[in-house]
Design a protein around this ligand. Structure first.
Ligand SMILES: [Zn+2]
Length: 421
């Protein structure tokens, strides 16, 4: 027998809801609210606020998803729910469905459902709705063994090299394309410690070669992911060495050749890639190169993250200064503040007890990734906010899997919290 929330999630999966294309899901959610006699408010960013009775606690989830693949088709396999050939959207649909079902069990509750979270928290940034509650439970974390009490802020930063000089070499050199292989990529915050960035590794490889002139470099697909592949075109007098990570082939390409040595030197600064600071709860400050594109100019898109807003701002300024030193044009967009560690209050007490009642002994921790909590806490002047969620492996990929047993425990924990708050 599957739970009511699981049955609802299977329905939910049939409605398209990729970020920026959430109209159908928005209508489906409003229809659900109407059928369950919930009070509905909506703002111009298509965020929704459902409420019932006189709530003191507001649940919060987002309703857009990252669709990798064509179509969500859920199947059960070895205790997990996944989609046949796409991401599943359990992030954040599963917890959202549990929250919708919770309205059947309690008299006083509100639920804030945000739009376009996965593409830079657009819904939350434009939020006009005002929940009544001063305590909020975000349901967008991905491990039932944790209660999240803080997260990183972040910003997209860009470095553009325009007017790079042309190379004028006396002799004719061979033109080679060097490509990477076997890099795994990963989440630019969570995986920043363990995963090698293909763009940066390629830049280092080329810099280590004698008498080689890079004339373009391209790589990465997402501004907020560790690049899994990259390729560069270089001029060289001799055959290039190869190894398990780099392959080279001779290609035909005519001048003009842009001198990209400065770009590669910039890409290999320790400032651009990896952990910048670590503390007791893990990584606290980092930077990741997401995309590099060589067209008319060479542009690098990176993301800086920090669990302390002031440190993050200071670090962004350091990046700005460094790029000036290299003559690159600096840009910064989509800044959001860190959610600095909660000191612990009534909601944390009740949440911990609810976990215990389900034989879960959660770690109370912060994460080095973005959740909507920081923005919401400031904007709504909340007293307390926490984040929990069922266990989801590999979100934003075709390997996304929802742990079905953890989802059942999550539903019970959620009801226990709502009963006691
Ligand atoms: Zn999410």
């Amino acid at each position: 027998m599957i739970s009511k929330a699981m049955a609802l999630f299977l329905e939910f999966c049939k409605i398209p809801h990729t970020s920026f294309h959430t109209e159908e899901m928005c209508a489906w959610l409003k229809d659900y609210a109407a059928r369950h006699h919930l009070h509905v408010q909506e703002d111009s960013a298509k965020n929704l606020l459902f409420s019932k009775g006189s709530p003191r606690l507001c649940l919060q989830a987002h309703y857009d998803m990252v669709l990798v693949g064509q179509k969500v088709e859920p199947i059960e396999k070895d205790g997990f729910l996944c989609s046949i050939d796409s991401s599943l959207g359990a992030d954040n649909g599963a917890a959202l469905c549990a929250a919708l079902c919770a309205f059947d069990s309690v008299e006083n509750l509100e639920l804030l459902i945000t739009n376009d979270e996965e593409v830079g928290m657009l819904g939350t940034n434009a939020l006009e709705l005002r929940p009544k509650s001063k305590a909020m439970l975000n349901l967008d974390s991905e491990d039932l063994d944790e209660i999240i009490v803080g997260c990183a802020g972040g910003a997209d930063v860009t470095f553009c090299f325009d007017n790079l000089p042309l190379l004028h070499l006396e002799e004719n050199l061979g033109v080679y394309e060097v490509s990477t292989c076997g890099f795994r990529g990963g989440h630019s915050g969570i995986d920043i410690e363990g995963s090698t960035n293909a763009i940066v590794a390629l830049a280092q490889f080329i810099q280590g070669l004698d008498d080689v002139y890079p004339i373009s470099i391209n790589g990465g697909t997402k501004r907020n992911a560790i690049a899994a592949s990259a390729r560069a075109v270089v001029l060289s007098r001799k055959e290039l060495p190869e190894n398990e990570h780099f392959v080279a082939r001779k290609i035909a390409q005519n001048p003009p050749y842009k001198d990209c040595r400065k770009v590669l030197a910039f890409l290999t600064l320790p400032l651009l890639q990896g952990v910048q600071k670590k503390g007791a709860l893990g990584v606290e400050l980092s930077c990741n190169v997401g995309i590099v594109q060589s067209e008319r100019d060479v542009c690098i898109q990176a993301m800086a993250r920090g669990n302390d807003t002031h440190e993050l701002l200071a670090f962004i300024e350091t990046l700005h200064k460094a790029s000036e030193g290299f003559g690159a044009e600096f840009g910064q967009t989509h800044f959001y503040p860190a959610w600095e560690r909660e000191q612990g209050g009534r909601l944390l007490d009740i949440t911990q007890h609810a976990f215990m009642s389900q034989q879960q002994n959660p770690t109370i921790t912060t994460i080095h990734a973005g959740l909507e909590c920081g923005i919401l806490r400031n904007k709504l002047e909340l007293d307390e906010i926490l984040s929990i969620g069922p266990t989801i492996h590999n979100p934003h990929s075709k390997n996304e899997r929802l742990d079905i047993a953890s989802f059942a425990r999550f539903e019970s924990i959620l009801l226990e919290i709502l009963k006691n708050y």
